[in-house]
Design a binder for this molecule. Structure first.
Ligand code: HSE
Length: 287
C-alpha cells in the first residue's frame, strides 16, 4: 500500500489566469492505493458525498488508466470539491504519485504533471495544469502549455471558503472572450509584478500583482459577499485579494503577523451577507 498527501492549490492568483498556481500548506487530500485487478474508488471526508466513485467519472480513474495501474484507491478529502482550492487537482496529483510508486513506473514529478492533468480534465472538461502543477511540484508555478517553471516562494496567505459551490465549468462560462489592449497591458504588468514578488518573497508585490480587471470581476459576481470580504481583508492588512481558482474560495496575500486578523475579517465579511465560511491561515507550501 502507498499513501500520499497532496496539498490544496490556488490557481490564477488574479493576473495569471490558467497560468499561475501556488501550493498551499493546508488543507490537503490523502490518497491510499493498493494493487487490484480493476480500479475501484472509495471517497470519505469533506464533501465526499458530491464526488462520484465510478472510475469513469472520478478524477483519479483517468490517472489510473493513463498509468495502466489498476488499484483500489481510497481518497480522504480534506479539500472540499467545487471550492476553488484545487480539490480535484489534489486528488489527481496524489493518485499519480502513489500509483507511480505502487507500480514502479519511474516517472518524475514533472512527468506526472500531464498525467494528473488528464485526471483533472474529467471534472473541468479541459486540460489546464495550473492546479496539478503546484500540487505535484510545490511552490509558485507558471504553466505555459506543457512547460512548467517553479519558484520556492515563502508568502503567507489566507484562503476563505464560503459554504456555496461554484462548478469550474460555470465559472469558465463567464470568462470574457477577449481583451482590449489596455486590459492586456494592465494584466501583463500585474502578472510581472506578482512573479517578481514571488522571486523576492515580498508579500506587498505579490498582493499588488494579484489585482486583475479582466477575469476576476466576472467571477466575483458569482460569489455572494465577495466585495465585502475583499474590503474586510484589505482593511485588516491584506496586501491583495482575489478569487481563488474558479471560486468561490477567496485568497489574500499578507504579512505573517496579519494572517489571524485577516482570517477573522474574511469570515465576518461573508457573515455580513449571511454566508457561513471557514478560513485557512496558510502559506505557499510543498508539493
Ligand atoms: N485556471 C482554472 C480556472 C483553474 O480558473 O478556471 C480551475 O481549475
Amino acid at each position: 500500500m502507498v499513501t500520499v498527501r497532496a496539498p490544496a492549490t490556488s490557481a490564477n492568483l488574479g493576473s495569471g489566469f490558467d497560468v499561475f498556481g501556488a501550493a498551499l500548506d493546508r488543507p490537503a487530500d490523502v490518497v491510499r492505493v493498493e494493487k487490484a485487478d480493476r480500479t475501484t474508488i472509495d471517497v470519505t471526508g469533506y464533501g465526499s458525498e458530491f464526488i462520484p466513485e465510478d472510475p469513469a467519472d472520478n478524477t483519479v480513474g483517468a490517472v489510473a488508466e493513463a498509468l495502466d495501474a489498476p488499484a483500489h484507491i481510497r481518497i480522504d478529502k480534506g479539500i472540499r470539491p467545487s471550492s476553488g482550492l484545487g480539490s480535484s487537482g489534489a486528488s489527481a496529483a496524489a493518485a499519480a504519485v502513489a500509483l507511480n510508486e505502487l507500480y514502479d513506473r519511474g516517472l518524475s514529478r514533472k512527468e506526472l504533471v500531464p498525467i494528473a492533468g488528464k485526471g483533472e480534465a474529467t471534472v473541468s472538461g479541459e486540460v489546464h495544469l495550473d492546479n496539478v502543477a503546484p500540487a505535484l511540484l510545490g511552490g509558485f508555478t507558471v504553466a505555459t502549455g506543457r512547460d512548467v517553471t517553479t519558484v520556492d516562494a515563502d508568502i503567507p496567505l489566507v484562503a476563505c471558503l464560503p459554504e456555496i459551490a461554484i462548478s469550474t465549468r460555470d465559472a469558465r462560462d463567464v470568462v470574457p472572450a477577449g481583451a482590449t489592449m489596455e486590459q492586456l497591458v494592465y494584466t501583463v504588468g500585474r502578472a510581472a509584478t506578482l512573479t517578481t514578488g514571488m522571486c523576492r518573497d515580498d508579500p506587498r508585490l505579490v498582493g499588488k500583482g494579484m489585482h486583475d480587471r479582466l477575469v476576476t470581476p466576472a467571477r466575483a459576481d458569482l460569489i455572494s459577499g465577495y466585495d465585502e470580504v475583499r474590503e474586510a481583508a484589505l482593511d485588516a492588512g491584506a496586501t491583495g485579494v482575489t478569487v481563488s481558482g474558479a471560486g468561490p474560495g477567496v485568497i489574500a496575500a499578507c504579512y505573517p503577523e496579519d494572517r489571524r486578523s485577516i482570517a477573522a475579517a474574511m469570515v465576518d465579511g461573508f457573515g455580513e451577507v449571511g454566508v457561513d465560511s471557514r478560513a485557512y491561515q496558510t502559506k505557499i507550501g510543498r508539493g
